[in-house]
Design a protein around this ligand. Structure first.
Ligand code: PAF
Length: 279
């Protein structure tokens, strides 16, 4: 039975495995939501999607993964809110919170890394953040090996990451179904993100224009070429990319194939990502 007031807290892989083993013996399907914490409604929707897909037990990992941040990125200032996160997990009846230390994930002398290659990591985030996806792939593989979930949920907001994780489990034969969950937005359409916490009121007003401009381009891709200028005019400091791609391979779009409009922009020191299907 889930106790809504009390997710089990595991700080080591051994504690995590012990809890999961008991549930598995009881025949429960296990779902995992890997996160870096500073939880918002988007994360909580991932848990709801897992339950809908048949997970009887929902685990969250909360780990700000140093390996996926570049030397000049926001690792040290990334929001860490353990008490608030645990309260949110209690409120949705999550079964377990896995809160490993850096040493638990990367013990002294850690010597392996999973380095993705191929078209999915040919550009976009991989070009702007060298080494980022090796850090993501390595930690996600470790979390999937440690928790051995039947299902794991990832948000569509980090679209390239979602495709990467699907490829990771396929290529490494990890027996876990990956669920991609639609982006949760605020009432003005801004994609929820832990990094939105960096934005002041004026920046939030600009940030909310990203989704609107993208929605117009998605409705009429002829507007794509002028998109970066429109975004800069709207107040964004830089446009890292704004591209229309094949939704499954990230290759250039081809007739008859599903398409995705994908963007990364900068507002001050904050990067914002968004994407949407193009009919
Ligand atoms: O999307 C995230 O929060 C992270 O990249 C993930 C998947 C938890 C890996 O650290």
């Amino acid at each position: 039975m889930t106790d809504p007031a009390n997710p089990v807290i595991a700080r080591t892989a051994a504690e995590l495995r012990a809890a999961v083993a008991g549930w598995r013996r009881a025949g429960d399907r296990i779902g995992l939501v890997p996160t870096m914490g500073a939880l918002h409604q988007g994360h909580l929707e991932l848990a709801a999607a897992l339950r809908k897909a048949g997970a009887a037990r929902v685990l969250f990992s909360i780990f700000v993964n140093p390996a996926q941040f570049g030397p000049k990125e926001d690792f040290s200032r990334y929001p860490r809110r353990e008490a608030e996160d645990l309260a949110k997990l209690a409120s949705i009846g999550a079964d377990l919170a896995y809160l490993p230390t850096v040493d638990e994930i990367y013990p002294e002398g850690f010597a392996f890394s999973i380095v993705p290659s191929g078209p999915i990591v040919a550009d976009l985030e991989a070009a702007v953040r060298p080494g980022h996806f090796a850090g993501v792939a390595t930690v996600v593989a470790k979390l999937l090996i440690q928790a051995a979930p039947d299902l794991a949920a990832f948000g569509e907001k980090d679209y390239q990451q979602l495709l990467l994780v699907r490829r990771l489990v396929r290529d490494l034969d990890l027996p876990c179904e990956i669920l991609g969950v639609p982006t949760v937005r605020d009432r003005d359409g801004l994609a929820l993100s832990s990094r939105n916490a960096y934005l002041g009121e004026a920046q939030l007003a600009v940030a909310r224009r990203l989704n609107r401009i993208m929605a117009e381009i998605a409705a009429d891709p002829a507007l794509l070429a002028a998109g970066p200028d429109r975004l800069r005019d709207a107040g964004f400091d830089a446009v890292d990319y704004l591209v229309l791609r094949d939704a499954e391979t990230l290759a250039e779009p081809a007739p008859g194939r599903p398409r995705r409009l994908i963007a990364a922009v900068r507002l001050g020191a904050t990067r914002l990502l968004d994407n949407m299907a193009v009919p």
